[in-house]
Write a protein that binds this ligand. Structure first.
Ligand code: NAD
Length: 475
């Protein structure tokens, strides 16, 4: 596969290259071109030139949609290969990568359908006027994405941006650029004009920052940590860039005593251990009503013990390798903090290897966790669950909302009124009732509070890639 920079429809070498390591085997995986400031500048200028060219500006919206459908088709044709690359780069089990690729395809299809359905309004203003709105592309979009769902989160931004008529400079995470580069190959093969999609791997502090500062970038669509999001928001003020921020989370998954407990325990397990817990919406705080607490923790511990870390290419593996040694160390440091701060380690807690290699961490459950502990207040981004206990519905809701984050939440109950009441009371962008971790291109996703603002997916995402222009015609 191509590992140079995709700029203006050409694969270009960079002054520097860097090595990637397969986190499951610790073996070298690829050498990738690293974008420097001059490369970012070239990519932004290519995106700008494309935006203003007849090839893109005057392309009928339906034709733009067809290009996106074509990208979906090509993603589908190459999906086994793309899923394999994602697993080698990120360490996630192959079945998870297949789910990611399937969603990427669906995301392109969904936004392909929107391309020719973005309309303005005619307005009932006072006076003798004909007044209407146009929806125009916001311009050049800098898309900056993290390493946990490298292809999927890139598509969540690239597809709606292109559908709206924007052009894109995509900066994947330094650790996981490979499927973004494959997406670049697919864009070329689908016939997107040069510069419509540019792909420039590189470190956040240099390549990412150059994109954020660039005066010819109109909007930054960011997914990543809250700290980097805050920096981007401050820095973007200099050029009054539009920003949307999909940031971190510490999502509560609430089990009420009246829930279908077997389903709730399965939901709690998937909520935290799917994706090795490297999921922004991971249900990392499990809030359990006291009367069922012991039962839930015992069942959960039993299930977590069975979840042995395994080779991501093994069919049976449900817990893959952590993305990098650095992230493994971070996760282990949180586990140490949990023990030091007095939470009870029920299961897991250690680093692991598979066939003597890899950056794995055991499925870990802490009981007796309380607010104020690092494992309760901070995002760990690993397979570590903190169990807290509550007595009343009001206390459960209060505990759920006692977080700076507000990305997602889960509620497990058979009481339909309670379900809707609590869903309304929770301050989060997504609430799952009697299910967890489901996503669809039609369902907007994003945060409240320190989890950011703006929405990916759904028709809402398109608002972030368009400007509204009001036209007054005197009659
Ligand atoms: P990160 O913030 O370190 O990096 C995210 C991206 O930003 C990477 O591409 C990185 O290179 C880039 N970056 C870093 N510093 C930058 C800078 N100064 N200027 C511009 N770009 C910069 O996050 P991560 O560790 O890759 O990912 C984990 C985080 O992402 C977690 O906090 C997680 O919750 C969050 N996340 C959020 C969502 C969501 O939808 N809300 C989804 C997935 C992940």
């Amino acid at each position: 596969m191509k590992t140079d920079l995709l700029i203006g429809g050409e694969w270009r070498a960079a002054a520097k290259r860097y090595g990637l390591v397969n986190p499951a085997t610790e073996e070298p995986l690829a050498e990738v071109a690293e974008a420097g400031e001059a490369d970012i500048d070239a990519a932004v200028r290519a995106a700008r030139a494309c935006l203003e060219s007849k090839q893109w500006r005057e392309l009928p919206a339906r034709k733009r949609g067809q290009l996106l459908y074509r990208m979906a088709e090509l993603l589908e044709q190459r999906s086994p290969e793309i899923a394999e690359v994602e697993t080698r780069n990120n360490g996630k089990p192959l079945f998870e990568s297949k789910i990611d690729v399937a969603m990427a395809i669906e995301t392109f299809r969904y936004y392909a359908g929107w391309a020719d359905k973005l309309t303005g309004d005619t307005l009932p203003v006072s006076g003798n006027f004909f007044t209407y709105t146009l929806r125009e592309p916001v311009g050049v979009v800098g898309a900056i994405v993290p390493w946990n769902f490298p292809l999927n989160l890139a598509c969540w931004k690239v597809a709606p941006a292109l559908a709206a008529g924007c052009t894109v400079v995509l900066k994947p995470a330094h650790e996981t650029p490979l499927t973004a580069l494959l997406l670049g190959e697919i864009a070329l093969a689908a016939g997107l004009p040069p510069g419509a999609l540019n792909v420039v791997p590189g470190p956040g502090a240099t390549a990412g920052a150059a994109l954020v500062r660039h005066p010819l970038v109109d909007k930054i669509a960011f997914t990543g940590s809250t700290e980097v999001g805050q920096w981007i928001m401050r820095e973007a003020a200099g050029t009054v860039k539009r920003v949307t921020l999909e940031l971190g989370g510490k999502s509560p998954n609430i089990i009420f005593a009246d829930a279908d407990l077997a389903a709730a325990v399965r939901g709690a397990q998937n909520g935290i251990f799917y994706g090795k817990g490297e999921v922004c919406a991971a249900g990392s705080r499990l809030l359990v009503e006291r009367s069922v607490h012991d039962q839930v923790v015992a069942q959960l511990a039993e299930r977590a013990k069975q979840l042995a870390p395994g080779d991501p290419f093994d069919k049976g593996t449900r817990l893959g390798a952590i993305v990098s040694q650095r992230q493994q160390e971070t996760v282990l440091s949180y586990i140490a903090a949990g023990q030091k701060e007095g939470a009870r380690l029920v299961v897991g807690g250690k680093a692991a290897k598979v066939n003597g290699k890899g950056f794995y961490v055991e499925a870990t459950v802490f009981d007796g966790a309380t607010p104020g502990m690092k494992i309760v207040d901070e995002e760990i981004f690993g397979p570590v669950l903190s169990v807290l206990t509550f007595d009343t519905e009001a206390e459960g809701v209060e505990l759920a909302n006692r977080s700076r984050y507000g990305l997602a939440a889960g509620i497990w109950t058979r009481d339909i009124q309670k379900a809707h009441r609590v869903a309304r009371a929770i301050k989060a962008g997504t609430v799952w009732v009697n299910t967890y971790n489901f996503y669809d291109p039609a369902a907007p996703f994003g945060g409240y509070k320190f989890s950011g603002f703006g929405r990916d997916l759904g028709k809402e995402a398109l608002d972030n890639y368009t400007e509204t222009k009001t036209v007054w015609v005197g009659l």
